[in-house]
Design a protein around this ligand. Structure first.
Ligand code: C5P
Length: 394
């Protein structure tokens, strides 16, 4: 299975609605898409390249004559999974319908055969002009999804059909084109994130380096795919996440209790939290004085996944293994011991992975299949894990 398709080219036409696409870009990113903005040269009169560069975090080019050595019109076209052109002016629609390639955006459209969506915005008389009507029907006949502009007040005093639709409506159409938003509707996903802390005294604890980024990425991805998501966060600095209910816990025992309450009602559990293997046998009520702080007696923490296994029925359980040696052997061993459906193992030697936005490792499935995960963002891995979990859930 290929990783979830997430590379989007956001084409910007030269209309005043271009500024609204800054919000569209953000919402696409919220939905887990990686967006490259390709403005037409005339659109830069409304919103400059620096804005798109800053918001997308990627270089912005308008012409095939820039960065010629990269052959951008081919490399970008190859990388794209989807196009969304918003706003599309009457002129841009005409150029697309004619198959012209007179700027980078129109070159890319011609060079790529992935699904494309067009969001027109223009004066009603231009939208209703016979030339535009014919161009739109040509594009639709070629498979482009062309949204209907909204009816209402335009930039001047006129009103009619031509307004740029609300971002939420555009996102809805885009998600339905990509077929992503439906696939976790009706599914309850629990995600654990962060690292547990086991108190030694009121000041000190036994903890670990987990930042919670991977768990948050999974929670976000599941919510954007329509799941009911519950995040159990251990010492993660996060108050809200759209579409996600959050329970904060500190230690392994609290995480176990939160899961014992909710696990039976979930369909997928993604256990990305790093749980401390052991805890101090006693927690001192007062800070232990330096001279007395020479050793800590430990006791084993409950293994949360192994405990939940006793009540497991339909749930798909995804575990994580952060290792520094014998990666695959440890992962396979944990997969069996904790009765997991899959486990993601990564090499955290030398401070790699923890706290970073990127990851690399291997997914091990219950049937023994190994899926290598080359260096990529934690968001991409989140979608990939959910793809496999959904497949196993049937
Ligand atoms: O710590 P370990 O490498 O065994 O963790 C593997 C998986 O088991 C992780 O998904 C982790 O969240 C989970 N785990 C657990 N209970 C523990 C320790 C780890 O459920 N006490």
């Amino acid at each position: 299975m290929k990783a979830t398709k997430r590379e989007v080219i956001l084409g910007i036409g030269g209309g005043i609605a271009a500024y609204k696409s800054a919000d569209l870009l953000r919402r696409l990113q919220d939905n887990g898409y990686l967006v490259t903005v390709v403005p037409t040269p005339s659109s830069l009169n409304f919103v400059g390249a620096a804005t798109w560069q800053a918001l997308s975090g990627r270089p912005v080019t308008t012409q095939v004559w820039e960065k010629v050595e990269d052959v951008r019109h081919i490399s970008l076209a190859k990388q794209a999974d989807y196009f969304i052109i918003a706003p599309a002016t009457a002129d841009l629609i005409a150029r697309l319908a004619a198959g012209r390639a007179d700027d980078l955006l129109t070159n890319l459209v011609l060079a790529s055969d992935v699904p494309k969506m067009i969001v027109p915005a223009m004066h009603p008389s231009m939208w209703l002009d016979a030339a535009t009507v014919a161009n739109v029907s040509t594009l639709r006949a070629r498979g482009f999804i062309v949204m209907e502009p909204e009816v209402g007040r335009l930039t001047g005093s006129d009103s009619g059909q031509g307004r740029f639709p609300e971002t939420a409506a555009i996102i809805k159409s885009f998600l339905s084109m990509t077929g992503r938003h439906q696939d976790l509707i009706g599914t309850t996903v629990i995600v654990t994130a962060g690292g547990t802390r086991e108190a030694i005294d009121p000041v000190r604890f036994i903890g670990n380096r987990s930042s919670g980024k991977q768990g948050i990425a999974v929670a976000k991805a599941a919510a954007s795919r329509g799941a009911d998501v519950h995040l159990i966060a251990a010492n993660v600095d996060i108050d809200t996440l759209p579409g996600v209910s959050i329970t904060h816990v500190e230690n392994a025992q609290q995480m176990l209790e939160a899961l014992l309450e909710s696990f039976k009602d979930c369909d997928i559990l993604v256990m990305s939290a790093a749980v401390a293997d052991a805890r101090p046998k006693t927690r001192a009520l007062e800070k232990i004085k330096k001279a007395m702080f020479t050793s800590i007696e430990l006791e084993e923490n409950p293994d949360i996944l192994a405990t939940l296994n006793a009540t497991k029925d339909r749930q798909i359980v995804v575990g994580f293994a952060a290792e520094t040696s014998e990666l695959l052997a440890s992962a396979q061993n944990k997969l069996v011991k904790k009765a997991l459906d899959m486990i993601y193992v990564n090499d955290v030697s030398g401070g790699a992975i923890f706290g970073h936005d990127e990851t690399a490792g291997t997914i091990v499935l219950r049937n023994g299949d190994l899926i290598p995960v080359p260096h990529q963002s934690k968001d991409t891995l989140a979608d990939l894990l959910l793809d496999y979990a959904l497949k196993q859930l049937g």
